[in-house]
Ligand binder design. Sequence first.
Ligand code: G1P
Length: 340
Amino acid sequence: MTVKNKIKVVIPAAGAGKRLFPHTFTKPKPMVYIAGKPIIGHILDRMIDVEPEEIIMVVGYKKEQIISYVDKNYSGIFNIRYVDQEEQLGLGHSIYVARDEIGDSNIMIALGDMIFKAGYSEFYKQYLTNGECAASIGVREVDDPKKYGIVELEGKYIKRLEEKPARPSSNLGIAGVYFIKETAVLLSIIEEMINKNTRTRGEYQLTDALQEMVNRGYRLKTFQVSSWYDCGHPESLLETNRVLLDEKEDIDHVHQIKDSVIIQPVAIGDNVTIINSVIGPHASIASDSYIESSIISDSVIGSRSHISKVNLQRSIVGDDASVHGKHNSLNIGDSSSIEF
Ligand code: G1P
């Protein structure tokens, strides 16, 4: 269902994505490929229903790749503006650098770490029904609260927020989607933090700025975020690939295929060649790659890679990579038992 509204969306996408090294050595995290497209593509697809007035993307690290992909694929769908965050000084700072573009509009901040199954219009509806509040923050119970910003509630309202606490007092994790009504207040708090150099772990944290809103008597609420797929940690990237492929409705047709079996679901890009191989289930292979005599499942293979004679499971291979195995040749007598 389409939700009619006027809200600006801010997508902080300037970070180096250190947790996803080595993949982010050569590309920014939003451009890491899973289930048929870069992470940012999955995120923007889920924003179409929100019909935002404008999307403000805060870019920095390897920004040309993001701008070129997003302009090519989404400029006909959204009004998109790019803002530079030259120094990576934290999430709070990334919102502050977009202050001129934000103006006094209500904003939705959407982080690029998570892909939400429901899509953002679902959250927008929850935010609208949250009643009067200065901001509304998507949360979810998490097993490892030390890895997230967490919130503590008192009744319906947020009492306390803390960024990646050493001793978490709650397991309600900040999910990476925020709706801000009192935008001017938030921006002025961040400006004060910058002027006073108030940092946590070296960065101007959005979580700290939201806590300061609470300190000043503004009422902040939460809304529940259901299934999310974490793209910010390498261990969960393959799981995210699997879940997104399971949801995929269209079947990719592979043209250059010879003597091979494709086990759905898979995502196969343009101009991929597959010879004498078994591909899938849950394999994502980006455009222009060449696969020969291999078995690949539960894996993500980048563009222009060359793979032969290997059996890959739970593997992530970047762009322009080569992976070549060799076939074994045996001369084994009766009743032998061999294990490789
Ligand atoms: C950011 C936020 C954190 C939130 C997390 C969700 O942290 O600062 O509060 O829980 O995103 O992904 P980051 O993952 O950028 O370190």
